[in-house]
Design a protein around this ligand. Structure first.
Ligand code: NCD
Ligand code: ZN
Length: 349
């Protein structure tokens, strides 16, 4: 059964996980996110990564400078944790309002994560301080051990790292980012209110077959990699359940077309231009449009202890085709759903 509503107006949403990049790519993509969302948690995996409050403040200025005139959008900055992250620096960046959260990339787990944390035990003093000051930890939840099958890396991370982390630091707010498995849903459902999770539009739409449909499909490749159908179904159920533990995080991760369509293509799906439309399609298919607002606009701010947005956005049921490619500020990008259609459109402001 499908919701048969033709219009839905919700409180303005936020994106709790996005890659806005820097330089020319930032100029090419920032306006897409700013059109759809009031705020976004901006990932710090630049090259070099954002590891100091000064570099985060400078990056925030570059993001604001890249926005269209009059855009009403607030970037929320994150700190990239390394083995030698300093608790005092991070706490003072948070107190100064520069850092909203800190991001844990296991070393070499994904794009620009070579400087990531080699073992969580190395950053325990930082995590203890974050627990004390109420600063959320955002986790890319995959082990990097080459012996572990790529499709199992999230589930193994739960067993090896997360279970212990929540026992040792029960007061630490943790966002399990871009979850992809039923094991992650079970973990979040059974954890307390300090554990949240973001879910991307692509993990709600595609399973791992999408990467191999009639040939190799680099634009369906991201990390964590899409899993089997039963995992996608578990994610759809979680996202549309109304549970306050789950919130919107696109993980929009643009790469130039040539970097995707290569012998060793980059991981990342660029979904920013039609992210809300993509989520709305899922919620409508699940007959859960009434729960879209909680997922997109309420659960995230509540978890972070931030105010809800005051504005409203409207989605209309209008079939719209998604272009094969987007040219923007000299970059060529292939958006998620390229060449197909979505039944919703964000109404013009
Ligand atoms: C992200 C990127 O390209 O920065 N890629 C991705 O596939 N999601 C990194 C990340 O979030 O893992
Ligand atoms: Zn990401």
């Amino acid at each position: 059964m499908t919701d048969n509503q033709d219009r839905i107006t919700i409180r303005r949403p936020d994106d709790w996980h996005v890659h806005l990049r820097d330089g020319a790519m930032l100029a090419a993509v920032a306006h897409f996110t700013a059109r759809q969302f009031a705020r976004a948690i901006v990932m710090p995996n630049l090259s070099p990564p954002v590891t100091s409050a000064a570099s985060a403040a400078a990056y925030r200025d570059r993001i604001i400078a890249a926005l269209p005139e009059g855009a009403d959008f607030t970037p929320l900055m994150t700190c990239y944790l390394t083995d030698d992250a300093d608790a005092d620096d991070i706490a003072s960046g948070h107190a100064a309002g520069i850092y909203t959260a800190a991001k844990l990339y296991p070393a070499n787990a994904t794009t620009n994560s070579a400087h990531g944390v080699t073992d969580v035990t190395h950053i325990m003093p930082v995590l203890e301080r974050m627990q004390t000051i109420g600063m959320p930890l955002l986790v890319h939840g995959e082990v990097t051990d080459g012996e572990i099958d790529i499709f199992d890396r999230e589930a193994v991370f739960i067993d090896r790292v997360l279970e212990k982390l929540i026992r040792d630091l029960p007061g630490l707010k943790i966002v399990f980012e871009h979850i992809t498995t039923e094991q992650a849903v079970q973990f979040v459902d059974s954890a307390g209110p300090n554990i949240g999770a973001t879910i991307t539009p692509h993990h709600l739409h595609i399973n791992r077959n999408a990467m191999f449909a009639g040939g190799i499909r680099p634009h369906a490749y991201c990390l964590p990699v899409a899993k089997r159908e039963r995992h996608r179904l578990a994610l759809r159920k979680a996202a549309t359940s109304g549970s306050a533990s789950y919130f919107l995080g696109t993980d929009s991760a643009p790469h130039e077309i040539a970097a995707k369509q290569s012998a060793c293509g980059c991981a990342g799906i660029f979904n920013a231009p039609y992210a809300l439309e993509s989520y709305a399609a899922v919620f409508a298919e699940e007959n859960a449009l009434a729960r879209l607002e909680g997922f997109a606009s309420e659960h995230g701010p509540d978890f972070y202890g931030l105010p809800l947005n005051e504005g409203r956005v409207t989605l209309e049921r209008i079939d719209g085709s998604i272009p094969d490619q987007i040219e923007s500020s000299g970059s060529t990008l292939v958006p998620f759903h390229a060449g197909s259609a979505l039944p919703w459109r964000l109404a013009a402001d």
